[in-house]
Design a protein around this ligand. Structure first.
Ligand code: GUN
Length: 283
């Protein structure tokens, strides 16, 4: 039987609607959420992501400011900009688009963001809060994936969850969120032996490695929920995920498409975090 396609675009639209209403309510109290996005250099993919974030803000009545800095920007200049945004009351959220040019130290920049304004959830304080199970700003992609899993109807509690990829942006926070909901979590990576044997145990499989069509049908348990975080551009220009959608969708119970799965949810969660940051900053 063909898998249920989890429509991330539709779910993201629904969540954005809810956020829009929340923003309107805040506005009536004289509170205006605002997001500052910093882009250093001219990476074409980053330019698209930043534009999409800006558009999402516009659609929800969230103020946004875009800082396009040249690739030659120094660490000090970037840190100074972040510090000045930290002090601006109208800026509730600050996002530094990654990757940064190689001469810049991303970790050091992120550490200068005031944790309450860290809408990416990348600051060590927010990472630590997530690790400890305390409330805080959670990275957008894994947060969006938890919503997609909920939408699929599967229960995380007691499920075998396998996360492929161990990045600080997706894999690690994803594993923690699944654990928080009482999943039995395994994290795989490039050194994992017999990857397919491990992934085949998964009731819930999240793949975030950036390798086109890494996960094939043989590696997936029949009926599993498969979440594909990958966005890989093939030589012919086609955009594909880390999961071989054509074959895996024959065995999975539910699967996210690429595009139209995880991507739109990431941005919806960024909007949610921006509203949340507005509340945190006021405290
Ligand atoms: N680059 C790729 N994904 C992300 C993200 O979630 N946040 C930021 N700031 N940069 C990214």
């Amino acid at each position: 039987m063909a898998a249920q396609i989890i429509d991330g675009k539709a779910l993201a639209a629904k969540i954005r609607d809810e956020i829009k209403r929340e923003v309107q309510e805040l506005n009536t109290d004289g509170i205006y959420p605002g997001l500052a996005v910093i882009l250093v250099g001219e990476d074409p993919a980053s330019q698209i992501y930043v534009r999409n974030k800006h558009r999402a803000c516009q659609g929800l009545g969230i103020k946004s400011w875009q800082y396009n800095l040249p690739a030659t920007t120094s660490q000090q200049e970037l840190v100074d900009l972040v510090k000045s945004l930290n002090t601006k009351a109208e800026v509730s959220g600050i996002l530094v688009q990654l990757p940064l040019p190689p001469h810049l130290n991303a970790e050091a920049v992120i550490e200068t963001i005031r944790p309450e304004k860290d809408v990416d959830g990348f600051h060590p304080v927010n990472q630590g809060r997530l690790l400890a199970g305390l409330p805080g700003l959670v990275p957008c992609t894994p947060a969006g994936i938890m919503e997609l899993i909920k939408e699929s109807g599967v229960r995380v509690e007691g499920s075998e969850c396998v996360v492929v990829g161990r990045s600080n942006i997706v894999g690690k926070p994803q594993a923690l969120l699944l654990l928080q909901q009482n999943g039995t979590v395994t994290v795989c990576h490039s050194r994992t032996k017999n990857l397919g044997e491990v992934t085949k145990r998964a009731d819930i499989l999240v793949v975030a490695v950036g390798k086109a069509r890494l996960i094939t049908k043989e590696m997936v348990k029949p009926g599993a929920v498969v979440i594909d975080v990958g966005t890989n551009r093939l030589p012919d220009g086609k955009l594909v995920g880390d999961v071989d959608f054509a074959t895996v969708s024959q065995v999975a119970g539910a699967i996210t498409p690429v595009p139209g799965g995880v991507g739109p949810m990431t941005i919806a969660m960024l909007m949610k975090n921006t509203v949340e940051a507005t509340r945190l900053v006021m405290r």
